[in-house]
Write a protein of this length. Sequence first.
Length: 253
Amino acid sequence: MNSIHLLQTQDLQVFYGKVGALMPTALTVDAGQIVTVIGPNGAGKSSMLNAIAGALPANAHSGGKMVFDRQDISHMAVEQRVATGLSLVPEKRELFASMKVEDNLLLGSYRRYQTGEKHYADQLPVVYELFPRLKERRHQDAGTLSGGERQMLALGRALMAKPRLLLLDEPSLGLAPLIVKEIFHIIDRLKQTGVGILLVEQNARAALQVADYAYVLEMGEVALQGTAKDLLHDERVIETYLGLNRKAASPSA
């Protein structure tokens, strides 16, 4: 496998018992690049992401090889993968509703605290600059936040670990269109910091507008791949996933 990529998978597959959810798949993500995986429900998108994060449920297992920053992480525990610089923002966000916003954020840097880093909370000003509303609400319980604010908190908590690769699972799920636009604007800003981003998303149009490269998963297999710009204008993608005419599918629309 080529080691110049930040993340590279080879023959990555996922099984639930004997049932295959993801067929042998290869993908790459580079530093400062947004790669998106789009496709319908049940295509294997979240299974792929959770396999990379090491967060598959007990009834599932993965095969193949995963190399992150020249390290084979295929058999690492999830905590070890976090230590190498992987950070997952799960679909359900998994916040602590009865804890303050700032305490939820500080939990994101707990591994750094455990390893004795003196400045383990140094990302807090960065997160507050990205998400001013979190700073305003830092003393509120996380459970009092709106859906969009909870997504911001989940993103901010992941950034507290100073990741080199962010794994984002359906960040737009359940959010109003204006909030979705804001979240994707922030994701685009994160790319400028050099962080690699692997984005699993059902909102194909928003994902393709922000991504550099894209994979289309169907029935556990890669049906299409290419630059996000090319796929945004691909007839099959437009008809199946965008539901828009050519003009409306343009990023400038």
